[in-house]
Design a protein around this ligand. Sequence first.
Ligand code: FCX
Length: 432
Amino acid sequence: FQSLRVILEEKITVNRERVAKLRRDNGETVIDQITADQIVKGMRGMRALVNETSTLDPYSGIKFRGLTIPECQARLPKKHNQPLPESVYWLLLTGDIPTPSQAEELRSELASRASLPQHIEDMLNSLPKSLHPMVQLSIGVNSLCEGNQFDKAFKSDCKRADYWKSALEDALNLVAKIPRIAAIIYRNAFKDGKICAPSQSCDLAENLGRMLGWDDPNFFELLRLYLTLHSDHEGGNVSAHTTHLVGSGLCDVFRSYSSGLNALAGPLHGLANQEVLKWLIELWKIVGDNPTEDDIRKYVEGTMKKGQVVPGYGHAVLRVPDPRFLIELEYKKNYIQNDPLLNIVELCYKVIPDMLKQQGKAKNPYPNVDAGSGALLHHYGLREYEFFTVLFGVSRAIGCSASQVWDRALLLPIERPISLTLESLEELVQQA
Ligand code: FCX
C-alpha cells in the first residue's frame, strides 16, 4: 500500500504541473463546438469532462490507461488466464502495469479490509428480501460513509492538495468491502442467508465467488474476466458521470458511488444485463434449444413491434460490436463446450444487427457488453438475473473510485454547467 501511495504522489505532482501548464498556455483555446442538437439529445459526443482512467473510441472501444482489454489480458499480472482485478485497479489508479509483487501487495491490502462492521451486516440483513438488489447495494455502499477518511480530512486542517490521500483510503475501502455487501444481498435474497467469511489469501474475484456460495475455479475465472470487463468505461457514461458529479461537491466516495449505483440501475444503462437475460430466457422458452435464425427474427420483431428496445444492443458511443462482447464470445469458445442459451446469444448476434439496420433508428445496431454477460453467469449457475447489475456495480467501483482519487488529485472543482430554457435556446439559435 505504501508503494502505491508513493507512486501516486509522484504522478500527481507531475500531472498537476501539466494541468497548470495547460491552463496557463492554452486555457482560452477552443477545442470543440456545441450544437443545439447536442443540447437536446443528451450531450452526445460533447467533449466536456476530464477523466484519467480510461478512454472510449467509437471504433476500437475501451482502453484502460491506453491498453485495450486483450492487451490487459496479455500484460497484467494474472491468476490462471485472466488479469487479477487488483492489477486492473493498480493500472487504473497509477497508469502503470503493476509488477506481480505490486499486484500482490494490493491484493493483500484489499483482502485485509474486506470485512464489514457488524452494524452494516445487521442493517443489510434487516432489509426486505423483495427490495431490488441494486437498491440494497446502494444503501449498503452509502452506509459505508460513516467515519470515512475524506470527511475527517475535510473537517480537520488538511490542505486541499492532500485531499486525494484520504480519498484513496476510502476508495480502497470501497473496493475491498463492496464484494461482501453484494454477497450478503445475494445470500439473503436468493439463498439461506448464510455466508462464509472473506479469506485473506484470495483475490477479489475468488472472495466474491466464495461468499456468493460457489466453490468452482471456473466460476472464479469468469468473475475475474467480469470484474475486468466492467471496471471502467470512460467518464461520460451515466454511472461514472454521476459519481464524478456528486464527488465534485466534495462528497466522499461512498456517497458519490452510491449515487452512481442508482444511475447504473436504469434499464438503458447497467440494468440492461438483467433485462437481456429476462428477454433471452423468454426467447429460449419459446424457441427451444435449437432455434433457427427465423425463430429469432420473429421474436425480435415482436419486441420491436411493442416499441421496446432490443436489450443488449446499441450504444451511445460505440459504432462497432462492443469489444467486451466479443471477448465474452471468445471466453465461451475457450471455456464452454455447449450451452443452449449461449448458442442463442451467438445466433442473436448473427440476426439482430441486420434487423436494427433495417429498422434504421439505432445508430449502433451491434451488441454491447450486456448482450453476453448474463448468459455466461447463467452457465455457471448464477441465474437470479435481478442480481446481475449488482455484479456490474461491484466491478464499476474499481473505475469510479480510481477516477475520484484523480478528481481530488487534480483539484478538479465543483461541476456546474449552465442549463437553458427552450426559449433561451431558441433565442440563441436565432442569434447564431
Ligand atoms: N433496439 C431498438 N431501438 C434502439 C436500440 C435497440 N437496442 N438502440 C437504439 N434504438 C433506438 C433508440 O431508442 C432511438 O429511438 P428514438 O429515435 O425513437 O428515440 C434511436 O434508436 C436512436 O438511438 P441511438 O442514438 O442509437 O441510441 P442512444 O445513444 O440514444 O442510446 C442506448 C443508447 C444504449 C441507451 C440504446 O442503444 C438502447 O436503449 N439500447 C438497449 C439497452 C441497452 O442495451 N443498454 C446498455 C448500454 C450499455 F452497454 C451500458 O451503458 O451499460
